[in-house]
Design a protein around this ligand. Structure first.
Ligand code: DHB
Length: 500
């Protein structure tokens, strides 16, 4: 009898235990459940708002710690107010649905009067208990599925909630930047449908209006080769042991075929190939540095810049005209004389060249480079698994290779399961697909001293989108490290412009 009572107790604990993880849910929005609150901004000004929190966005909640969203409605918001959806995903890890922060883009969005939505999402580190088992339910592609379900929820209750679900602007940084890019690039793709159906997501569209991506850690299949192609000649790579040097040069050698296969064009319509890609990056860096210099930033020649030796009529050509000829890159606004016949810049004020080797060594001196391979590291040259190896692992918490290169180094192949997941996690593969709705507006930033992924990754994304006819505002932001939600005046004036 005692044993029976004990097992009933165990059963109840098991049921209640799992019930706390799997609440019985139907999708709903209760307009009367809002709680009034105040956000105090850094300057002391206040934003009054109503918070609707802990709203499940799927009916089959697998992880109640993360699978809900919070909505914050500043006073004055209407049905027509754009929605700023911020994901706090970082490191491909789980992110809880929090509150707006005065110091980041969510606080600023509230101040601007936008409805702010913060969905929680499962990630590579999130687990639930199933009986005695610990189950990793947040591995790829769960985070993007959760975010898509959140978007569908917003559409489902669009007429009952303040905010316009046709004007969703997503924002994220790093792995969160990758998530923002995925939200922007994968709208309504039927490939996600079976997963979303099983989760009990609303049957709605999940495309968005605009996507803000700070330093997106994306295109993971090609990020290792891009990294070694860019940084392979730096001093720090030359100091690596022979095995890592070999890995670096093998990966670097694979990048040209990839870049050429993309068939990208610059904003001026010139073909972008492995032969001119480094010049393209150089132009982007010079344009960014020149604009920053004009605004008063320091651009020392010790990091590779060469400056004009004489004041001139207009902008001197970059790299003796060679780069402009190849790529047609225009110098930044303000580089032309204001008064005809009179240069408004003085000797040394125009950047006319950048020694890329010096510059890349400088970037590597700011933050040590990742060891090669930078992303799919598991088991290659004795390297440990990366967060990305975990991201593609399974419910048991495995970590796995996801590139042909690293899988082969381990004597194997990328598994069929991982091959199925990769396109769901890569915005590059979906832009231009017939059955996908890509956001019309994009804001992409990657810091000029950010070495977490190589410059071609955000630049390829920007060019692919622009080539597909999207409105893309992109920049290698001068002197920014791996970070996000900066230059908010610029971001929010862009948002104002696209939502007007
Ligand atoms: C992040 C940074 C990385 O370098 C990386 O490989 C993955 C994610 C991040 O900050 O989110």
């Amino acid at each position: 009898m005692k044993k029976f009572v004990l097992s009933i107790a165990c059963l109840l604990t098991a049921i209640c235990g799992s019930a706390s993880k799997r609440p019985a849910v139907r999708l709903q929005f209760d307009a009367n459940s809002g709680v009034a609150s105040t956000l105090v901004m850094p300057q002391g000004n206040k934003v009054e708002y109503t918070a609707y929190t802990h709203i499940y966005y799927v009916t089959n909640v697998e992880d109640s710690t993360y699978q809900y969203l919070n909505v914050f409605v500043p006073s004055g918001a209407t049905q027509r107010t754009p929605i700023f959806l911020r994901t706090y995903v970082g490191g491909y890890m789980a992110a809880a649905a929090g509150a707006p922060q005065a110091g980041d883009a969510t606080g600023r969005a509230m101040l601007e009067g936008y409805v702010v939505v913060i969905p929680g999402t499962r990630g590579r580190n999130s687990t639930v208990s199933r009986g005695k088992k610990t189950v990793y339910t947040g591995r790829a592609p769960k985070a993007i599925l959760d975010l898509k379900a959140a978007i569908r929820y917003l559409r489902h209750f669009d007429s009952q909630m303040p905010g316009d679900a046709e004007k969703i602007i997503t924002d994220g940084t790093s792995a969160g930047g990758a998530m923002s890019a995925l939200m922007g690039a994968t709208g309504n793709n039927p490939a996600y449908e079976p997963y979303l159906k099983a989760m009990g997501a609303a049957e709605e569209r999940d495309d968005v209006f605009a996507s803000v991506c700070y330093c997106p850690i994306t295109d993971l299949e090609h990020a290792d080769m891009a990294y070694e192609w860019l940084y392979g000649n730096t001093d720090s790579r030359k100091k690596a042991d022979a095995e890592h040097q070999k890995v670096s040069s093998e990966l670097a050698a694979a990048f040209p075929a990839y870049i050429n296969s993309l068939g990208l064009r610059t904003p001026d319509g010139k073909q972008l190939t492995a032969d001119n890609y480094l010049d393209f990056i150089k132009c982007e860096l010079i344009a960014s540095a020149q604009a920053a210099k004009d605004a008063g930033a320091e651009t020392p020649d010790s990091i590779g810049f060469k400056f004009s030796e004489a004041a001139s009529f207009g902008a001197p050509p970059i790299n003796g005209g060679k780069v402009q000829e190849t790529l047609g890159k225009k110098l930044p606004q303000g580089a032309l004389p204001k008064v005809p016949g009179m240069a408004h810049k003085q000797v040394g004020e125009y950047i006319i060249d950048l020694d890329m080797n010096t510059y890349l060594n400088y970037v590597a001196s700011k933050t040590a480079l990742k060891t090669a391979p930078a992303f799919d590291s598991k088991g290659v040259a004795g390297n440990a698994a990366s967060g990305e190896n975990e991201e593609f692992g399974n419910e048991k918490g495995t970590s796995v290779n996801f590139t042909d290169y690293s899988a082969a180094k381990n004597g194997g192949k990328v598994s069929d399961e991982v091959k199925r997941l990769l396109p769901l996690m890569n915005p590059m593969t979906q832009i231009g697909q017939a059955n996908v709705t890509v956001a019309p507006h994009w804001y992409i930033r990657h810091g000029s001293i950010d070495r977490d992924t190589a410059f071609p990754i955000p630049l390829n994304l920007a060019m692919k989108l622009q080539n597909a006819g999207k409105d893309v505002n992109y920049l290698l932001a001068w002197n920014r490290p791996h970070s996000g939600d900066y230059a908010l005046d610029d971001l929010f004036s862009w948002i104002k412009k696209i939502t007007r």
